[in-house]
Design a protein around this ligand. Structure first.
Ligand code: CA
Ligand code: CA
Length: 129
């Protein structure tokens, strides 16, 4: 008798390859969505009043990571946060302590760090007082 070896397709536990612009968490509002290529939502960022809370994530399973630029607490420069732990696996939260009545601007980009290749950014988005 010939032994048969069954080859099973395993159920994928990986997140879907394509996230169609996932909704922000409750209470948050979208501020930047990085789109590159045909219907490919690469990354998204949201904010919440009183504009001290950010959330962002890589929303497309590929070799590109999401990069979020947001103001430091003194609004004197921008800090960089990267989502490099995979896509569609939850929001990366940032809690800041900005002064009252200041304008803040952010930008969201995609970057292939393993290849060292940038893949563009959204325009600068602002929350203006
Ligand atoms: Ca990605
Ligand atoms: Ca992630």
């Amino acid at each position: 008798m010939t032994a048969l070896v069954a080859s099973w397709l395993t159920m994928s536990t990986v997140s879907p390859a394509h996230a169609d612009n996932p909704p922000c968490d409750t209470g948050f509002t979208a501020i930047a969505v990085h789109v590159s290529g045909s219907e490919a939502f690469r990354a998204k960022a949201c904010w919440r009043e009183p504009k001290d809370n950010w959330e962002f994530q890589d929303t497309y399973v590929d070799s590109w990571s999401a990069v979020f630029y947001y103001p430091n607490n003194a609004i004197t420069t921008h800090l960089e946060a990267r989502d490099t732990d995979g896509a569609n696996n939850g929001w990366n939260k940032l809690l800041m302590a900005y002064p009252e009545d200041v304008d803040v601007t952010v930008q969201l980009c995609s970057h292939d760090y393993s290849a060292g290749v940038p893949h563009g950014c959204t325009g600068v988005a602002g929350i203006l007082t």
